[in-house]
Ligand binder design. Structure first.
Ligand code: IPE
Ligand code: IPE
Ligand code: MG
Length: 245
């Protein structure tokens, strides 16, 4: 079934928790890393489709702070995939700017270097920004922001009464982009796993059972169609929204 999308109401920012790679591989009797490899192909397809649809920011949860407790061989397979996938021509071909959020200092030197190069290399691309969350967790990010604000107060450059939501939002890794209108999680789990807790305060959430390697353009359209069918009320009544108040 085709999902008719309203092209005037495509989310500007879509965030995705790309889950299910390991189970996808296990069901095929393969190593988990085989699933991660297949997941990279999905990233490529979904990135192109987001550009085609006119999405401006695509944030992909790629490796969480908690994922550091996975087996060492899986972590190194994931780091290897990050490195090799950054070689891709996907960014230049699709005019996509590349950005990273997360604790980059914890990543292997070689990966940090490649990430920096890719950011520089793609800095002038304008169709869409792909944001990869690596060694990222929301509590890490919020804790860092709180510490920085406390230091500014201590140094006398900030008054506690000047701390407001904009100031906090501006201290987060995501300060350069709007909050996501739509958060998608693949792979069947209905949880947020420490991703963008502040930023998804009013996002529409969409969960599907499809494992990330199987998630395709149709699934993306289904998620956007679901988003477009909802009334975003932001605390108001449905009547107020309808009358454009
Ligand atoms: C998501 O797939 C990718 C990462 C967390 C790196 P998983 O590896 O979590 O796959 P499942 O959830 O075990 O199937
Ligand atoms: C969330 O997936 C993190 C990423 C997709 C990178 P996990 O598979 O690590 O999530 P939990 O731990 O099962 O919630
Ligand atoms: Mg998982």
């Amino acid at each position: 079934m085709r999902h008719e999308l309203d092209n005037t109401r495509i989310p500007q920012h879509i965030a995705i928790i790309m889950d299910g790679n390991g189970r996808w591989a296990s069901e095929r009797g393969k190593e988990r890393s085989f699933g991660h490899q297949a997941g990279v192909d999905t990233v490529r397809r979904i990135t192109s489709e987001c550009v085609r649809l006119g999405v401006k920011f695509l944030t992909l949860y790629t490796f969480s702070t908690e994922n550091w407790s996975r087996p060492a061989d899986e972590i190194s397979a994931l780091m290897g995939l990050v490195l090799s996938s950054l070689e891709d021509e996907i960014f230049m071909k699709n005019n996509v700017r590349f950005q990273v959020i997360g604790d980059m200092g914890r990543l292997p030197q070689e990966v940090q270097q490649k990430l920096r190069e890719t950011m520089e290399h793609t800095a002038h691309n304008t169709a869409m920004t792909m944001v990869v969350a690596l060694s990222y967790s929301s509590r890490w990010e919020l804790t860092k922001a709180a510490r920085e604000l406390a230091q500014a107060v201590k140094a006398g450059t900030l008054q506690p009464e000047d701390i407001d939501e904009n100031l906090i939002g501006g201290r987060l890794e995501t300060a350069f982009m709007p909050d996501p209108e739509l958060l998608i999680r693949t792979g069947g789990e209905v949880r947020v796993s420490n991703f963008l807790l502040w930023q998804i305060a009013y996002s529409e959430l969409y969960f599907c059972d499809t494992y990330w390697p199987d998630f395709d353009e149709q699934d993306l359209h289904r998620a956007i169609a679901s988003y477009q069918a909802r009334q975003r009320r932001f605390g108001k009544t449905g009547g107020q929204i309808e009358s454009g108040e």
